[in-house]
Design a protein around this ligand. Structure first.
Ligand code: MN3
Length: 334
């Protein structure tokens, strides 16, 4: 706080906000709509949304209405409410810059190209911490096992999402919205070294890839610097490293398949899937269910959910609450 001297701060707890107000020289907003107030401010250039969870959607929508470009790291925004967000962004002529490494790579590969020339997007995937485990081993894997061995230094929730491949499923859905391409044109390939961050294949057979050492500083910085490129602290790539590729195993890691299905059926289904996943990953991290229960309960929730076509934001929020309750119910039998 002292280092960056923000002009305004949003914080959910009212008590903490009061304490903060005494000690810093900044506007302090609190309560459930605090981040919306920040997004509605006039004196900023770009909204970087890295809020975890559902409340990220409201802040994104507010910034769009406020005619601010957005750098997006919050997954819920496009996974659960992609249709609404993209429609509003288009209407208000707002750019949504990806912060995720895969989408940043695709953005860079597509730079100056025509969409009609794109044959397919190829999202790379590290495979996650449990990539080599057999089905039997996956039955007994603990949160501790899953949190070990990560290529990227990420939070616990996204590390588990990477291990189930649900994270890649989310990224497929995000890519569909960001680049307005059908699902048949979005592929996923396992690439454990995370050196190629994603690729685009064009109709003439050319494939353009974006490579670097895995470091989130680069895609974050590019979202801010675009169309310029600033110097960054990441090390140059050492080409002595071996790069390998593999197909994702949808039998052991079906969450990726579920995400394609949710995106295909559309409406409120991706939001329901996301909510079930949110709940189950938290349970798993708390040691309250098995790793494979995550995918089992998501499957059940997706089967049970009654899809609402063209949902409003209110309907999406309702879906999220209902799907969470449903997951909780199914998890009683975990
Ligand atoms: Mn990613």
């Amino acid at each position: 706080m002292k280092k960056y001297k923000p002009i305004a701060i949003a914080i959910s707890g009212k008590k903490k906000a009061r304490e903060l107000k005494e000690s810093v020289d900044a506007r302090v907003y609190s309560g459930h709509d605090a981040q919306i107030k920040i997004a509605a401010m006039k004196d900023y250039d770009m909204l970087v949304n890295a809020i975890v969870g559902l409340s990220g959607i409201d802040a994104t929508l507010e910034a769009i209405k406020n005619k601010k470009d957005i750098a997006l790291a919050n997954k819920e925004t496009l996974v659960s409410a992609g249709e609404i967000i993209m429609k509003e962004a288009k209407k208000n002529n707002i750019n949504i810059m990806p912060i995720d490494s895969e989408h940043s790579a695709i953005f860079q590969c597509l730079n100056g190209e025509k969409k009609s020339d794109v044959k397919r997007l190829i999202l790379t995937c590290s495979g996650g911490a449990l990539f080599k485990k057999t089905k039997e081993e996956l039955e007994i894997v603990s949160a501790r096992d899953a949190l070990k061995h990560k290529t990227w230094n990420m939070g616990d929730k996204i590390t588990i999402d990477s291990a189930t491949l649900m994270n890649k499923g989310f990224e497929v859905i995000e890519a569909m919205w960001l680049y307005d391409l059908p699902l048949e044109k979005i592929d996923v390939i396992i690439h454990p070294q995370s050196i190629i961050h994603s690729m685009v294949e064009f109709n003439d057979g050319s494939i353009i890839a974006q490579l670097s050492n895995p470091d989130m500083k680069l895609p974050i910085q590019y979202a801010l610097s675009y169309p310029e490129r600033w110097e960054s602290p990441i090390e140059s790539l050492d080409f002595a490293k071996k790069l390998s590729f593999d197909k994702p195993d949808l039998d052991r890691f079906p969450c990726l398949k579920y995400a394609y299905e949710a995106a295909e059926k559309g409406g409120s289904l991706p939001a329901a899937m996301n909510a079930a996943n949110d709940y189950m990953v938290q349970r798993f991290l708390n040691g309250q269910c098995k790793f494979l229960d995550i995918q089992r309960v998501i499957r059940k929730v997706m089967d049970e959910h009654k899809v609402i076509k063209n949902p409003t934001l209110e309907e999406i929020k309702k879906t999220i609450i209902e799907a969470t309750i449903m997951a909780e119910k199914f998890c009683l039998y975990c």
